[in-house]
Ligand binder design. Structure first.
Ligand code: ACO
Length: 365
């Protein structure tokens, strides 16, 4: 059979999944028979995680059971805290998170195929690792997780050291739901590649975190705020962005491998962030930057429909609830852990992923 070359694996299908549909032509996102947008408005982080892991939205009793299990698993083992404390302060948050998750890879997580108990334990601990590390960097004593708070509220509580406002919890919950799952994006694919070798859950998720960190994937939102701050004023938006495009550089928060129309997650997050931001001049500038960016991308890349992606307004939501840039990508990891785990469970009995490369080097004499 002849090999097919697809750089970046564009248009290549390597898995069948019941988890989500990403319809890039029509800008639609479905999680198991539900519109992701509706789930974000009407449900909670735990309910949507239940949907992805167990296949259906939970009954009241099922939800309580999942919540109780997550709460019981939030604490970090002492050796993980000690190791996190030993990581140099200038190590970025995603590298610290990757290391923290990797440390969890003890006997408790060794079994293959991975179990739902492993998945719940890991999902419960990821926010605690992020918050623990962040508190230390801020020079604060990390607070213990609070059993009376839901997943998202507890995450915000641990980050800020105080009980968060309900509106902030709701906005972050919507963001975390909208980013729990998204087909075979680069990080999920990385996790599925490792899972396809029948390694283990922690190794698979550690690989996924490494992929998420990159600025072309989950690392984009902090670059969006940097871009907006560098632009600084409405008048400077067009010359600044034009100069970037002239230099062949990319505008962060725009473009997507699958979406050829507006990213539906960006649409939902733009509404949420506009409600939270009120008359914040930063938000007004962001909206202007988006308008100018879309216009210039049409001019510079007429053959490639480039639209706003989720990361543009993810930055706006997180900024509006008072999270600094350093927490943008780690917060994305908090949510995407749900989708990574769902894919790893799904892929546990699949075929090893093993594409080929074409040799372009020199042959020996
Ligand atoms: N700004 C300017 N040009 C762009 C952008 C952009 N944001 N995105 C794509 N292009 C251009 C490329 O330069 C290329 O042009 P060319 O054909 O003239 O060389 C063309 O569009 C196609 O680019 P590819 O890299 O092949 O597109 P791909 O679909 O592989 O990349 C990606 C998708 C990585 C998201 C890209 O659009 C990008 O780099 N965007 C900016 C970073 C970003 O916002 N990432 C977050 C994505 S959402 C997420 O991961 C959760």
């Amino acid at each position: 059979m002849e090999n097919i070359i697809s750089l970046g694996l564009e248009h290549v299908v390597v898995a069948q999944t019941d988890l989500s549909l990403v319809d890039g032509q029509n800008g639609l996102l479905v999680y198991r028979n539900h519109w992701a947008r509706d789930l974000a408005i009407n449900h909670t982080f735990e309910e949507v995680a239940h949907l992805l892991w167990y296949g259906h939205l939970p009954s009241a009793a099922e939800l309580k059971a999942l919540q109780d299990k997550l709460v019981a698993q939030r604490e970090l083992p002492a050796f993980v805290k000690t190791a996190l404390d030993a990581i140099p302060a200038d190590t970025d948050m995603m590298s610290a998170l990757r290391t923290g998750v990797s440390l969890l890879g003890t006997e408790a997580f060794a079994a293959w195929p991975p179990t739902l108990e492993q998945v719940i334990s890991l999902t419960a601990k990821v926010p605690t690792i992020v918050a623990y590390r962040y508190a230390r960097l801020e020079g604060r004593e990390p607070v213990n997780p609070r059993a009376d708070l839901d997943h998202t509220a507890n995450y915000l509580y641990m980050l800020k050291g105080e009980v968060p406002q309900a509106a902030h919890v709701r906005a972050l919950d919507a963001y975390l739901i909208l980013t729990q799952e998204h087909g075979l994006n680069a990080s999920t694919f990385a996790g599925r590649v490792v899972a396809s070798t029948r390694s283990d859950l922690i190794s698979s998720v550690t690989a996924a975190i490494g992929a998420l960190k990159g600025p072309l994937h989950g690392g984009a939102p902090s670059e969006v705020t940097e871009m907006i701050e560098a632009i600084g004023s409405k008048e400077n938006a067009e010359p600044w962005m034009r100069a970037k495009l002239e230099a062949g550089e990319r505008l962060m928060g725009f473009g997507h491998r699958v979406y050829r129309t507006y990213d539906p997650r960006a649409k939902a997050l733009s509404t949420i962030s506009s409600e939270l931001a009120g008359d914040d001049p930063w938000f007004a500038l962001a909206v202007h930057v988006e308008e100018v960016g879309l216009r210039l991308l049409k001019e510079y890349k007429p053959n490639r429909p480039l639209n706003t992606n989720v990361e543009f307004y993810a930055a706006a939501v997180m900024r509006a609830i008072g999270l600094p840039d350093a927490l943008f990508t780690p917060s994305f990891a908090v949510s995407r852990t749900v989708g990574w785990c769902a894919h790893i469970l799904e892929a546990a009995s699949g075929r090893i992923i093993r594409p080929q490369s074409t040799y372009t080097g020199v042959m020996p004499e």
